[in-house]
Design a protein around this ligand. Structure first.
Ligand code: BGC
Length: 352
């Protein structure tokens, strides 16, 4: 009996020692990656790219998806901190809801990289890795300007606008970028927003959800375009909202199909581009973003220079966060094969 107890106690001690060793050695190179949701396609890709690239460099990765809920994301980040992560890579659901948990991170010396979306109102962020968000909007606006020939044609053309989620800083910047091109034509009457919904608040889509975009557009079509009035263009800030617009058009619009913009090159939207139901998208190669973010993690944990190419545009309310902006690329039915298939981003079968 005594012998068995002794054996049991030594076993417990060995297990305890092993666990302690495991956590201390692994936590030295442990990186937490917090993604907003699995529901929208891109974040799944972002998550797996980050995991793959960090693991290739020898880091241990704790990858979590937060289910689209800000509280869940806060809990997951708390766990990452208490599990010994040394760097956190976070794509925030609500850019303004992470102040408290990131204050804890800072206290414990844990460094934070804002991934794709800026984290607001905190000094606990070290770097920001993203795409040039203003340029995304500019490209969408320029596309509509060019296709409608707004520089020379008198119009008026009917346009409607749909933007992203108000809690995502990016959504505001995309919209500002697009309006930096389109606003002049609304002001001089070449573009007419028949619904009258023109401000960001009026055209925003909570959580970037396709269903929310679709129901707003169904109502908007019913009140403004059901009598056969032509809708010429829709400036949609991304693909999940463009999909809602395309669904609403398919259900309730009978006129000539409008120009429709997007962003992300989600599979469903690339298929729509191929079938003429969406005019363009913006390709943001998430592999490049993951590579830059991994270089930032390396600079923090191994020393060396982080990749930074912008130190003026991304003020989070506390300071201007040193950023790296990747380049967004225009995509449509003519160049998608080179851009998406030849580059290995998608397999040709996935787009059938
Ligand atoms: C990203 C977009 C994405 C949107 C919805 C934004 O923060 O930059 O690429 O379409 O979130 O997920």
């Amino acid at each position: 009996m005594k012998k068995a107890l002794c054996l049991l106690m030594s076993l417990v001690m060995v297990v305890a020692m092993l666990t302690a060793c495991g956590s201390s050695s692994s936590s030295d190179n442990k990186v937490g990656v917090s993604m907003p949701t699995k529901t929208l396609q891109r974040w799944n890709q972002d998550g797996s790219n980050m995991k793959e690239q960090l693991e290739k460099k020898g880091y241990e990765v704790d990858l979590q998806f937060a289910d689209g809920t800000a509280d869940v994301q806060v809990n997951q980040i708390e766990n990452m901190i208490s599990n010994g992560c040394k760097v956190l890579v976070i794509s925030a659901i609500d850019g303004k809801s992470l102040g408290t948990v990131l204050a804890t991170a800072k206290e414990k010396g844990v460094k934070v990289i804002a991934y794709d979306r800026l984290i607001m109102d905190t000094d606990a962020v070290t770097y920001y890795a993203t795409f040039d968000n203003f340029k995304v909007g500019v490209k969408q606006g320029e596309y509509i300007e060019e296709k409608l020939g707004l520089k020379t044609n008198a119009g008026p053309f009917n346009i409607e606008l749909i933007a992203g989620s108000p809690d995502d800083n990016n959504a505001h910047i995309f919209f500002e970028g697009a309006m930096s091109i389109l606003q002049q034509y609304i002001d001089n009457g070449k573009l007419n927003v028949k619904s009258g919904q023109k401000t960001f608040e009026q055209v925003a889509t909570q959580d970037w959800k396709t269903e929310n975009a679709q129901s707003r557009f169904e109502a908007l079509i019913a009140s403004n375009y059901a009598d056969g009035t032509q809708l010429d263009a829709v400036m949609a800030s991304n693909d999940s909202t463009a999909l809602g617009v395309a669904n609403a058009l398919a259900n309730s619009y009978t006129g000539k199909y409008p120009i429709l913009t997007g962003q992300d090159c989600d599979i469903a939207n690339v298929k729509n581009m191929i079938n003429g139901k969406q005019s363009m998208s913006i390709f943001k190669d998430t592999r490049d973003l993951a590579a830059k973010t991994t270089e930032m993690v390396d600079a923090i944990l191994k020393g060396g220079e982080p990749p930074i190419n912008n130190t003026k545009d991304y003020d989070n309310g506390k300071f201007v966060v040193p950023s790296y902006l990747c380049d967004p690329v225009f995509a449509d039915a003519n160049n998608y094969v080179t851009l998406l298939v030849d580059s290995g981003y998608y397999k040709a079968e996935e787009l059938k």
